[in-house]
Ligand binder design. Structure first.
Ligand SMILES: Nc1ncnc2c1ncn2[C@@H]1O[C@H](COP(=O)(O)OP(=O)(O)O)[C@@H](O)[C@H]1O
Ligand SMILES: [Mg+2]
Length: 252
């Protein structure tokens, strides 16, 4: 009887594969995250994680498969959400009122994932070009995979600009920024790294930090977004400025 129980507890093949990916992705796939991935597989949201596409400070993005084709899975890191930790730790650590500090970090990271998902939803209803959100659970956001044959589209930063119509791309981005503002949001980290493109179409990505107009710093964030976009395109031959981008975005 005991042997049987032991047998039944052995990890399924899928779990073993996940542990393999775990090695590649390092610390991001902790037990809790692996549990959520299993949940997503059981719920048929994904059918398998393939490989990591990108690892940043806050998150790792995987290319994955779903019953309907490729998807991107963004996993927010519990362990190195360093910005949040650094800014909060000295106010909480050692305070007897917060014995379960880890819980609080976890909730913050989950909140971050929830924000990314709901901002992506807002984009959808505003007609802003961004990945279609498919599912969010805990620290994981599943979304449309932007790419071809498993290779993500290029970041604007890496696009060979001599081969494309740069002013068209610029117009499309400004148009998306304006739609977003009209819907009442600012991206708040918009730059040539957070825009994917196939040379013709553009998609704005990386939405966790995006805020609503009512945020006290919204206007400042919008200015920074306009500055980044203007700077990038001015450097690449488009006659524009922060002021001009701002004016186009604010124009109703
Ligand atoms: N939906 C997606 N489809 C394809 N690739 C993606 C997608 N989302 C993100 N990526 C890839 O992962 C990278 C990091 O994603 P991003 O959302 O910007 O997270 P980070 O917070 O790490 O900057 C992107 O630059 C892009 O290469
Ligand atoms: Mg990014």
């Amino acid at each position: 009887m005991a042997r049987r129980l032991e047998k039944r507890k052995r990890p399924k093949r899928e779990d073993k594969i996940l542990h393999g990916v775990n090695k590649i992705a390092g610390h991001v796939l902790d037990d809790k995250t692996i549990y959520v991935i299993s949940f997503l597989k059981n719920a048929k949201v994904i059918s398998g994680l393939d490989y990591p596409i990108s690892e940043g400070k806050e998150a790792v993005v995987f290319k994955a498969r779903s019953p309907n084709g490729d998807v991107a899975v963004k996993i927010f890191k519990y362990e190195t959400s360093s910005f949040l930790k650094r800014s909060m730790i000295k106010y909480i650590e050692g305070d007897p009122r917060f014995p379960s500090l880890r819980m609080n970090y976890r909730s913050l990271v989950k909140l971050w994932a929830r924000k990314e998902y709901s901002n992506l939803k807002a984009c959808q209803s505003a007609g802003v070009s961004a990945p279609v959100p498919l599912k969010q659970r805990d620290n994981i956001v599943v979304m449309q995979f932007l790419g071809e044959k498993g290779v993500p589209y290029s970041r604007l930063k890496e696009l060979p600009l001599e081969e494309v119509d740069v002013s068209k791309l610029f117009e499309k981005i400004v148009d998306n920024m304006a739609k977003l503002w009209r819907k009442g949001y600012v991206h708040a980290d918009l730059n040539e790294f957070n825009i994917l493109t196939d040379g013709e179409r553009v998609w704005l990505i990386d939405w966790a930090q995006s805020v609503k107009k009512e945020h006290p710093l919204a206007r400042q964030f919008l200015e920074a977004d306009c500055r980044n976009i203007a700077k990038f395109f001015a450097k690449n031959g488009v006659d524009t400025s922060e002021k001009e981008v701002m004016a186009s975005v604010l124009k109703q």
